[in-house]
Design a protein around this ligand. Structure first.
Ligand SMILES: O=C(O)CCC(=O)C(=O)O
Ligand SMILES: [Fe+2]
Length: 269
């Protein structure tokens, strides 16, 4: 996969301003249409595997499907989770020691209803009012063209500033912004923004990847450290190890040194 250079500081300033003020920002054509197609094909293969193994996870009347823990399931996703554009944005917003919280696929099938307005983890697990400041960000990789009728992600601009989740029916009364862009683009959001995938009235699935990134002090949503084996990771970049939480030290109370996570999920020095 061809990796384009990361963003310059003016571009990062503009992303940061949008993420703080409006709550979202789109960068178009981060990867090529062909690269998006390859990743989409791989996700559809993983869906078939999940179904064959009795592990498929659906919601939205069975028409929206989630594939979990994709980083260990193909080198394509190992590249995308650490794409320089994504890392540059989240280092700016979440600190140099940013970690990944979850990386999954969300497939909005033909005839799917809206996903339901919500805030993302860790906000949905937190008491209101939420703290101010930037805790977590969502990265929606568009593997299809996102359009107003195929289940694109919609956001309520500025809603992250309420520091709370939407009440039942509240977001429906507000103007939404539908994130439309060609495949290969990314929608970045503030994790506290009110958002959902809208209905898909077309006859083709809309495939998106959802990469969430946290400040390193926030527990990730998925068990990221064990999604790649120690062997595989030994050949990989430092930033991938960092994103998977392999560099986070835990002080051992008896031994006087730190433990780190390994592929088994246990800690050893
Ligand atoms: O796939 C999408 O458009 C958004 C889904 C979403 O917000 C979520 O699963 O948290
Ligand atoms: Fe979400």
């Amino acid at each position: 996969m061809q990796i384009k250079s990361a963003l310059n500081s003016e571009q990062l300033d503009s992303v940061e301003r949008d993420l703080r003020e409006i709550g979202f920002h789109i960068i178009e054509n981060v990867i090529s249409a062909q690269e998006a197609d390859e990743a989409r094909e791989m996700i559809l293969e993983l869906v078939d595997e999940d179904i064959a193994n009795g592990r498929d996870h659906t919601y939205g009347n069975g028409k929206i499907r989630r594939v979990w823990a994709i980083v260990g399931k193909s080198p394509i996703f190992r590249k995308l989770i650490q794409h320089p554009t994504v890392v540059a944005v989240w280092k700016r917003m979440l600190g140099e020691d940013v970690i990944a919280s979850t990386f999954t696929a969300n497939i909005v099938g033909p005839g799917a209803p809206a996903g339901g307005w919500h805030v993302d983890y860790p906000y949905w697990s937190m008491q209101e009012p939420y703290p101010t400041g930037f805790l977590t960000g969502q990265t929606v990789w568009m593997l299809d063209d996102f359009t107003t009728d195929n289940g694109a992600t919609a956001c309520i601009a500025g809603s992250h500033s309420t520091l709370r989740r939407p009440k039942l029916g509240e977001a429906e009364e507000l103007e939404m912004h539908v994130a439309t862009a060609p495949k290969g683009s990314i929608l970045f959001t503030n994790g506290a923004i009110w958002h959902q995938c809208i209905p898909n009235s077309t006859d083709r699935s809309r495939v998106g990847l959802l990469g969430m990134y946290n400040r390193s002090v926030i527990y990730p949503q998925e068990d990221m450290p064990r999604q790649l084996s120690d062997d595989t990771l030994s050949e990989e970049s430092d930033i991938l190890k960092q994103l998977l939480g392999r560099n986070i030290p835990f002080r051992d109370p008896d031994q006087g040194y730190n433990w780190f996570r390994t592929e088994t999920g246990f800690r050893q020095s």
